[in-house]
Design a protein around this ligand. Structure first.
Ligand SMILES: Cc1cc2nc3c(=O)[nH]c(=O)nc-3n(C[C@H](O)[C@H](O)[C@H](O)COP(=O)(O)O)c2cc1C
Length: 202
């Protein structure tokens, strides 16, 4: 289909909220990193991030972007900047409801993992545990971080170097990933998600 008519949009005409909705509604679908991190007291935090990207292959670097709240950093950013360690748990479609509930505001003394009923396994190279409902997990060490944005709308890019990967039975076929087993969940907007069973080949 060739489009013959377009309207132009100046993103600066929107409020911050509307700009966020427009950008995240346009860059779709997005994969979801369910990040586990740990605070000084050992509470395991879990939070989903769909601003999630491969930044480099060698070394393997993954990035997540977190908005800063009026009260300051989200728990994930706070924990990762202090400990330098986190796990990116890839999200499959059957985890959707629990992942959505992980995004509710809990005090940093409460583990989202316990609240939503995920189970965990120990990691090998980092302290935060990994989610055993997740079919694939990346153990990461903080490589670097960057701050972006205007003073009242800061974002933080956390760059993790992948130090070890765990693949559930059947997910890995040599260097390839079996997506029928992985069943990745995509975020569209708000509470709207998509599955990846309806694929096409060119
Ligand atoms: C599917 C999904 C994706 C999300 N992606 C992001 C994101 O990329 N960046 C962000 O700052 N918040 C994102 N959020 C909101 C955070 O998960 C939410 O603010 C969470 O409470 C942060 O937890 P924390 O304070 O324990 O780190 C997302 C929420 C959902 C449900």
């Amino acid at each position: 289909m060739v489009h013959s008519s377009y309207e132009t949009v100046d993103l600066l005409d929107f409020t911050h909220e509307s700009r966020y909705k427009f950008l995240t509604g346009s860059v779709v679908p997005r994969p979801i990193a369910l990040v586990t991190s740990q605070n000084d007291e050992g509470v395991l935090n879990a939070a989903p991030f769909s601003q999630f990207v491969i930044l480099s292959v060698t070394p393997p670097l993954l990035g997540i972007v977190a908005q800063t709240l009026p009260r300051g950093y989200k728990d994930t950013v706070h924990n990762v900047l202090r400990s330098g360690q986190f796990v990116i748990n890839v999200v499959s479609d059957e985890m959707a409801d629990q992942v959505q509930r992980c995004a509710l505001e809990y005090p940093s003394t409460v583990s989202e993992v316990d609240e939503v009923g995920f189970s965990t396994l120990p990691s090998v190279t980092v302290l935060p545990r990994r989610i055993s409902e997740s079919p694939l997990q990346f153990e990461c060490r903080l490589h670097e971080h960057h701050e972006f944005g205007a003073p009242d709308s800061r974002t933080t890019l956390l760059v993790g170097e992948v130090v070890l990967v765990h693949c559930a039975q059947g997910v890995r076929e040599g260097h390839r990933v079996n997506h029928d087993v992985l069943r990745p969940l995509g975020r569209i907007a708000g509470r709207s998600y998509c599955r990846t069973q309806d694929t096409l080949t060119t």
